[in-house]
Write a protein that binds this ligand. Structure first.
Ligand SMILES: [Zn+2]
Length: 159
């Protein structure tokens, strides 16, 4: 009996990849973060292109491993992950759903317009102060809300 190699559709793979979350912010998928760029299916090989976020972000290695492991679990043996640098990733690539997920997680999403005040994800007050340009990771800055006095992470704008 000839074993037929199963073909996978791009849409199916995209749906599977949607389950992969950012290792640093486990509520946002790599698709909503704008890191997942493209999927190419060639016979039985799947090539996933991803855009690196902040250069040197250690999360990229972990994302790469997650993609390979996750797709292999679905029965795809040949998985390649290609890191591409063009177009450049910017925080504008974060989807509206992704911004809401960041907010719900307690991280102020990046402002699309500069000069806008950063709103506290707890009480929505814009009376906030930047405490440090470096929060829990290099991608985030640490802010404090002057109204509820809660510190919070702001996902820095990156263009
Ligand atoms: Zn607040």
């Amino acid at each position: 009996m000839i074993k037929t190699l199963k073909q996978f559709s791009k849409a199916q793979i995209m749906a599977w990849l949607d389950a992969i979350k950012d290792p640093e912010i486990p509520v946002i998928s790599i698709a909503d973060l704008g890191v997942l760029y493209d999927v190419q299916v060639e016979k039985t090989t799947v090539e996933v292109s991803i855009l690196p976020t902040y250069s040197g972000c250690p999360a990229m290695d972990s994302i790469q491993e997650d993609i390979i492991k996750h797709l292999q679990k679905q029965g795809i043996e040949q998985v390649r992950v290609k890191i591409i640098n063009s177009p450049a990733w910017t925080t504008d690539r974060i989807t509206e759903q992704g911004r809401q997920q960041l907010h719900a997680y307690g991280i102020a999403p990046p402002q699309s317009k500069t000069g806008q005040p950063i709103a506290c994800p707890q009480c929505q007050s814009t009376n906030t102060t930047c405490i440090s340009q470096f929060g829990s990771t290099a991608c985030k800055a640490l802010y404090r809300c002057e109204d509820c006095l809660e510190p919070f992470d702001y996902f820095k704008c990156h263009v």
